[in-house]
Design a protein around this ligand. Sequence first.
Ligand code: ZN
Length: 282
Amino acid sequence: MLQDIKPQIYHNEFYIKTPQAKDYFFYIKEGKSLIKNDKTAFPFASFGEFTDAQPDICAHADFLFSISRHDFYLVNEQALPLSEGNGYTFAPPTVFRTLSPAWAGFAGATGCHLHRFYRNRAYCGRCGHKMEKKQDERALLCPVCHNVEYPKISPGIIVAITDGDRILLTRYAGRANPHYALVAGYNEIGETLEETVHREVMEEVGLKVKNLRYYKNQPWAFSDSLLIGFFAELDGSAEIHRDASELASAEWYARKDMPHNTLDISLTHEMIYMFRNGLLPS
Ligand SMILES: [Zn+2]
């Protein structure tokens, strides 16, 4: 999965640091990230490459996290204009699914997640004053009313519904050439994750489930989410009542007839793979 970056190690301890020439930075404009054109090179820019053209670039950078011994910063795109060219282009977040090395994709997606937090919480939701970066933790603080905002992480469930030797696979509506997926949805206020599973299964496919078993979870920066995967067994009728506004299809597939997904970074893919190959935990 995207976050499985061994032997690299993700360190998210909060520090305030000054960038060094070898350190990397993310630069994100209108949702797109500055990426090297040369696919054989490490995809992100280092400060050393830009200090001649932009001598004050380090003054507009905030430390985000480290991966092993590589430090990653975010350069404020509103304070410093950088453009395409000189070996760089702006790429949409889908690029993080295919970067080499793969752990750079995890770094980039996580950097975008933090960038959205800083941009979307630039002003206090309580009094409207400009927020400031907190000096002792990864948060924003309103200097007037002292409101504190933390990075947005929305929990959502994924559920693989099984019925003996078959599994329910879906495809989301409104996406071109969508991959096969599982029933999924966001946790609502006041719900336990198990209640979210039961509600989403009923809403999306009109089924009841039992014997919920937690499988794994996955930070999914593309939607500011933490995804929590469950396996569950069909309870009662197998007749599907599909919510056509959410799903383009929802069908039972016998294990031997299951389509092959090509996406290999997601928890959804791993859960489908585990079922197809009979590797489910008991
Ligand atoms: Zn305020």
